[in-house]
Design a protein around this ligand. Structure first.
Ligand code: IVH
Length: 687
């Protein structure tokens, strides 16, 4: 029965029809921007979302004319820049699976259509994020290369493709008379970074991502420009029926292509069980950042060429293949405004306030823009639609604007002249990328300094979050970190938003922090350039704060791992009367300013060694920080990432997959917590 609250069918139908019309128009416009103008107006993931919505609406409402829907197109018209090339065999697109459930549906459909009792064999390839080209060789010589275009007609990019080093101009030996190979032209990430560094040097704006840059580089009028970009190529398909007839499996195709000198990805794998296909997908979700090229999924195809024939294609995509798409790392969203935050050192950092967008596994509403030059380089303005990237646990990044959607009334952003927190003029020295608020009494700086002091890397005072600090500073209860330890119950109770319990808890936490190690105090004071391991070193070698305050730069610099920059910064810090007052307040309040005598003697058995820690080591250590301190105490370093210099990777519960994969790829030993304990004693790895 009709639900009396729902709108009548005619209205529903009209809403659906107008949504279909709207989606088709949007997708057509994005297609023109992407394929013809080479200036994408939407991130791939967002494009997939609206395409998906349209396909689903069309499937459930076949009554709306499908003929001219963009869901039937592969790409778009070829441009006028290049001559058209008719593809003998159309260049198709791929259907997407956005989840393992969707992959299962495809698997079931394929198995059913083949009607075999045994499951078919699959070939899994990486989905390279570049652009498809078809290259034709005649009598072993490269004679033509074309982009996909609309799938039937592409653009002649022979001259430009001929400049790509990976692509042989002559193939052989034993090249067939005619051979057409298809594959992906891409820009290696290292090349992309190098090109962007060049843009910075030239004072020009940033290239958005490797894919767009690859596409722009291939579609240049002047092939010298293409040559200078350093494009690469992976081949993945042979389009020559007479040849393929002699082959039965794609594995043979790959061997053949490879023997002719065409680049074939080493990451291709074949599986009989679909579970293994899914394992392959999972492995590459984890490893997606290891290769020097971007991948946005895994392409799963039937291995048997006969079975491919049997299943055939729809108008846009083969039924025998599917693209398993990785969770997106790039989305488009609106840049609402650009704000500036002032840190404890006075550094003023612009950041983007974004319309919240789900990307890279979390919702992003803010992204740093680093400094004034970066805003210019990224070429972004408030109100722009921007590309946002968040890859794994890397901080989110604004890549650049969708220029074609920029409002004609928008203005370039300028760094504010005054600090919003204290009204002092911002300053920027020649040769420095950073802008500063030099006012030591700036409330924002004081707040940030106190929060840093109370933070986990320093004094670890629970309950002293940013909001509480803000209140205490605004009400002038606390002016610097020295005031924290003499806070009285009534001062706190008078503050807004506090109650007896929160005040009791905070006072207890502050009391407990009085006994933190000297290194934590040194870190908390915020001495420029002084990091946790160097603070540890100072504390251990000098034993108490007075000895450090009296030491000259030479004495400090004589310590292993401490350079002149840190030494000078320490000396300058303790010459500053403002800082000396803080130290005296801490002393008067009973904060421990000397090293605890350690119970066991520790030898520098890890001197010069780099030990990376990942995951939780809670059988023996209180926290990962404690583990890092133990490494530092033995003269070692514990950087946050694995590199060729890493001595060993210590992996606890929930170890980072990318660190594990990186260590494996570099053949760096990986040990567990118990072996780590023994390493701390001996400095030697057990064999
Ligand atoms: S096979 C008929 N294999 O993905 C099958 N495509 O979304 C055509 N792509 O147009 C493609 N890596 O540009 C295939 N290993 C791979 C691929 C791949 C990237 C691209 C290609 C295609 C698009 C479809």
């Amino acid at each position: 029965m009709e639900d009396s609250n729902s709108p009548p069918d005619v209205i529903k139908a009209r809403v659906i029809e107008s949504r279909i019309t709207e989606l088709r128009a949007q997708i057509r416009a994005h297609n023109v921007a992407y394929y013809e103008l080479e200036e994408p107006t939407i991130a791939d993931a967002d494009y997939d979302l609206i395409s998906r919505e349209l396909v689903n609406l069309e499937l459930s409402h076949p009554e709306y004319e499908l003929e001219d829907s963009p869901t039937n197109d592969v790409g778009s018209k070829a441009s006028v820049l290049f001559s058209p090339v008719q593809h003998q065999v159309p260049m198709m697109s791929l259907d997407n699976a956005m989840s393992f459930d969707e992959l299962d549906v495809w698997h079931e459909r394929v198995s059913k259509s083949l009607g075999d009792v045994t499951s078919p064999r699959f070939v899994c390839e990486l989905k390279f994020d570049g652009l498809a080209v078809s290259i034709r060789y005649e009598m072993g010589k490269l004679v033509q290369a074309a982009t996909r275009g609309n799938g039937r007609i592409g653009e002649d990019v022979t001259a430009n493709v001929s400049t790509i080093k990976d692509i042989p101009k002559v193939i052989g030996p034993h090249a067939p008379n005619v051979l057409e190979v298809r594959g992906e032209v891409y820009l290696p990430i290292s090349r992309f970074k190098a090109l962007n560094e060049e843009q910075i040097r030239k004072g020009e704006s940033a290239y958005i991502n490797p894919r767009n840059t690859a596409s722009g580089s291939l579609r240049q009028k002047n092939s010298k420009v293409t040559a200078s970009r350093g494009l690469s190529f992976w081949s993945y398909q042979l389009e020559e029926k007479s040849l393929e007839l002699a082959m039965e499996y794609s594995s043979q195709t790959f061997e053949f292509l490879s023997a002719l000198g065409l680049p074939v990805s080493p990451e291709i794998e074949f599986f009989d069980r679909f579970e293994e296909v899914k394992e392959f997908c999972k492995k590459w979700i984890t490893n997606r950042h290891i290769p020097d090229y971007e991948i946005d999924g895994v392409v799963i195809k039937l291995d048997s060429l006969r079975d491919r024939e049997k299943l055939g294609s729809t108008s846009r995509a083969p039924r025998w293949a599917i693209a398993f798409k990785f969770p997106p790392e790039e989305r488009t969203t609106k840049l609402l405004s650009i704000e500036v935050s002032v840190g404890r050192t006075g550094r003023a950092t612009p950041f983007a306030v974004l319309e919240p967008v789900f990307v890279g596994g979390s919702t992003v509403a803010m992204a740093t823009l680093h400094n004034e030059d970066q805003v210019a380089y990224k070429n972004v303005r408030p109100g722009d639609v921007v590309f946002v990237r968040k890859a794994g646990d890397v901080i989110p990044e604004v890549l650049g604007p969708v220029l074609s959607q920029r409002s004609t009334t928008s203005d370039a952003w300028h760094f504010p002249k005054l600090c919003a927190s204290c009204n002092h003029a911002f300053t920027r020295q020649a040769g420095d990328a950073n802008t500063y608020c030099q006012n030591q009494l700036c409330p924002a700086r004081i707040r940030q300094g106190i929060s840093y002091f109370a933070g986990r890397t320093a004094m670890d005072i629970e309950g002293l979050g940013e909001q509480t600090v803000k209140l205490l500073v605004e009400e002038h209860v606390v002016e610097d970190v020295g005031d924290l330890f003499s806070l009285k119950e009534n001062q706190l109770l008078n503050s807004k938003g506090t109650n007896q319990t929160s005040v009791d808890n905070l006072l207890t936490a502050i009391g407990a922090a009085k006994d933190r190690p000297l290194a934590s105090v040194l870190i908390g004071l915020g001495i420029d350039h002084l990091g946790p391991s160097t603070a540890e070193m100072l504390a251990r070698q000098f034993g108490n704060i007075d000895a450090i305050m009296q030491a000259d730069a030479e004495a400090i610099e004589s310590l292993e791992g401490i350079g002149p920059k840190i030494a000078e910064s320490v000396v300058a810090f303790f010459c500053d009367p403002v800082q000396l007052t803080v130290v005296e307040k801490l002393r008067a309040a009973g904060v421990r300013l000397e090293e605890k005598v350690s119970e066991e003697e520790v030898f520098p058995v890890l001197q010069g060694k780099s030990v990376v820690v990942t995951g939780n080591l809670d059988n023996w250590f209180l926290s990962r920080d404690d583990a890092k301190k133990a490494i530092a105490a033995r003269g070692g370093k514990s950087p946050g990432s694995v590199s060729a210099q890493t001595y060993v990777l210590v992996a606890g519960n929930g170890a980072g997959q990318s660190k594990l994969a990186k260590a494996e790829s570099l053949s760096i030993p990986i040990i567990g917590e118990d072996a780590f304990r023994r390493l701390l004693q001996s400095g030697e790895l057990e064999t």
